[in-house]
Write a protein that binds this ligand. Structure first.
Ligand code: F6P
Length: 540
């Protein structure tokens, strides 16, 4: 992080630190308008933050000092910014709807292959939805089971729940990710083999969980339908690895490809979105891409001070690095976004959970925050107590929609009243005087006082649609990118997940060994393995 520019942010924070959000609202009647911005179908009200003009100016200067505009261009134009894997980062090309667009990787325009896969996906999705593609026994497909994990699961799973109002309800979608056999077993109880399409989604097609689940699903299907040839009608693959796909036994003509310049956690708009496309149809999938694209264009062209992803990123940095906040909460007041916080966890924490700068040095400042959340109003009756009165600072993003897909009585007004009221309560709190005026006894005043000054962003759209969902995802993708640039870390690799994978392989060998071996782990791991083998009678 540019230390000179960061020192100026710290100085700006110090000079405004005696002013609370409440003071700042009192001093400026136009504050809400000043700190509200619209883009790609979303309105961001960031006025309830600990910011004034000098803090914002210093943050923008920090972004400038990090060459943010140039870094954005590098990403959009296919430069190999994922240097530790020597890869371009081009999820934005996947949703570039400009028919004249050219995006080169190694001198080759990637747009034609993107369009070709999208068209193939559309054709296949339509044939499944209309019943043209049938199962081995001639039955229509009624169940889609996506087998994948991480980015090959969370995106389509989150989006399929989010856009349920746009889905074909006669086709039911399931997502199997965990290697825990319970996950697969419970899904298989819900489906019929002769009407199920399995989509094996894996960028590498080597991921242990996905391959294990896919093998077991395949064995189940063959057992149920009594013929190996059934696999061709009931299994398709989504991957970058054609060799592994055919080694698994799926004909590559039933494979939908993507490319190494699409990161797993950024891959929903690629062929990884196939299960989602079958659910909502190719036209709605296109609308989703259009929403992403709108936010992409805003991000690429808007000035830093009027740029929604940039502002969210800078506010996050303000609290992480300026106030020591360790986490932030994402609180969608929309049941259809119930998996959005989980989706964001991978997006943010796998991207920016890094402690080494691009120069290979240990960072000297906090990087990726912990992201968490639950849909409102459930969270209010669970963890909001800590956000309101706890000792930790937890900045929150509140997400809401003016219209609901399911109007029943006055539910939606009550839901949104809660959203707005929470941001009000967090910012303005409740003073001891107010408690006294309401007749609270003196001994309870300390407990009933809310200090307020707790920062929130409010993101509002008219309705949850494919377009607004796409734009929302792109908003957070780019926010995370901006933070990575400012922290000077690589946001598009994930070496941190490798060690656990290697060690699990070693442990597995010891768990299943025919005869107990001399274990070579630490004493704790050795004891756990020995106990497990004993309970299962493996050393009897
Ligand atoms: O968890 C590590 C990871 O590589 C993620 O980045 C990725 O989304 C997930 O595993 C699944 O990988 P794949 O799509 O190759 O199966």
């Amino acid at each position: 992080m540019n230390q000179e520019a960061w020192k100026k942010v710290e100085a700006a924070i110090a000079s405004s630190k005696d002013l609370t959000i409440k003071d700042m609202f009192a001093a400026d009647p136009a504050r809400a308008q000043k700190y509200t911005l619209k883009a790609a179908g979303w309105m961001l009200d960031y006025s309830k933050n600990r910011i004034d003009s000098s803090v914002m100016k210093s943050l923008i200067k920090l972004a400038e000092a990090s060459n943010l505009k140039a870094e954005i261009e590098k990403m959009f134009t296919g430069k190999k910014i994922n240097a530790t894997e020597n890869r371009a980062v081009l999820h934005t090309a996947l949703r570039n709807m400009d028919p004249k667009a050219r995006v080169n990787v190694d001198g080759k325009n990637v747009m034609p292959q993107i369009r070709k896969v999208l068209a193939d996906m559309g054709e296949f999705a339509t044939s499944v939805r209309t019943g043209k593609h049938r199962g081995f026994t001639g039955k229509k497909i009624k169940y889609i089971v996506n087998i994948g994990i991480g980015g090959s699961d969370l995106g389509p799973a989150m989006a399929t729940i989010a856009l349920a109002p746009f889905s074909k309800r006669s086709i039911k979608s399931f997502f199997v990710s965990n290697i825990d056999s319970t996950h697969l077993a419970e899904v298989l109880r819900e489906v019929r083999a002769d009407q199920t399409l399995f989509i094996v989604a894996s960028k590498t097609f080597t991921t242990l969980e996905t391959m294990t689940n896919a093998q077991s699903a395949r064995a189940w299907l063959i057992e149920k339908l009594g013929d190996k040839k059934a696999v061709a009608k009931h299994f398709v693959a989504v991957s970058t690895n054609a060799d592994e796909v055919s080694a698994f036994g799926i004909d590559v003509k039933n494979m939908f490809g993507f490319w190494d310049w699409v990161g797993g956690r950024y891959s929903l708009p690629s062929a990884i979105g196939l299960s989602h496309m079958i659910s909502i149809g190719p036209n709605n999938f296109k609308r989703l891409l259009k929403g992403y694209w709108k936010m992409d264009k805003h991000f690429r062209t808007a000035s830093l001070g009027r740029n929604m992803p940039v502002l969210l990123a800078l506010l996050g940095i303000l609290y992480s690095n300026g106030y020591g906040a360790e986490s932030y909460a994402v609180l969608p007041y929309e049941q259809y976004l119930s998996r959005f916080p989980a989706y964001l966890q991978q997006l943010d924490m796998e991207s920016n959970g890094k402690a080494v700068t691009k120069d290979g040095e240990k960072v000297t400042y906090a990087t990726g925050p912990i992201e968490w959340g639950e849909p409102g109003t459930n969270g209010q009756h669970a963890f909001y107590q800590l956000i309101h009165q706890g000792t930790r600072l937890i900045p929150c993003d509140f997400i809401g929609f003016c219209k609901t897909h399911n109007p029943i009585a006055d539910h939606h007004d009550k839901l949104m009243a809660n959203l707005f009221a929470q941001t009000e309560a967090l910012a303005f709190g409740k003073t001891a005087e107010q408690c006294r005026a309401e007749g609270d006894p003196e001994n309870l005043i300390p407990f009933k006082t809310f200090e307020g000054n707790r920062p929130t962003n409010t993101l509002l759209a008219d309705a949850l649609t494919p377009e607004t969902l796409g734009a929302l995802i792109a908003l957070y993708e780019h926010k995370i990118f901006v933070q990575g640039v400012i922290w000077n870390i690589y946001s598009f690799d994930q070496w941190g997940v490798q060690l656990g994978k290697v060690l699990a392989k070693n442990v597995l060998d010891d768990l299943v060994a025919k005869k107990a071996k001399k274990l070579k782990h630490d004493s704790s791991t050795n004891a756990l393995i020995t106990h497990y083998r004993k309970v299962l009678g493996r050393d009897a």
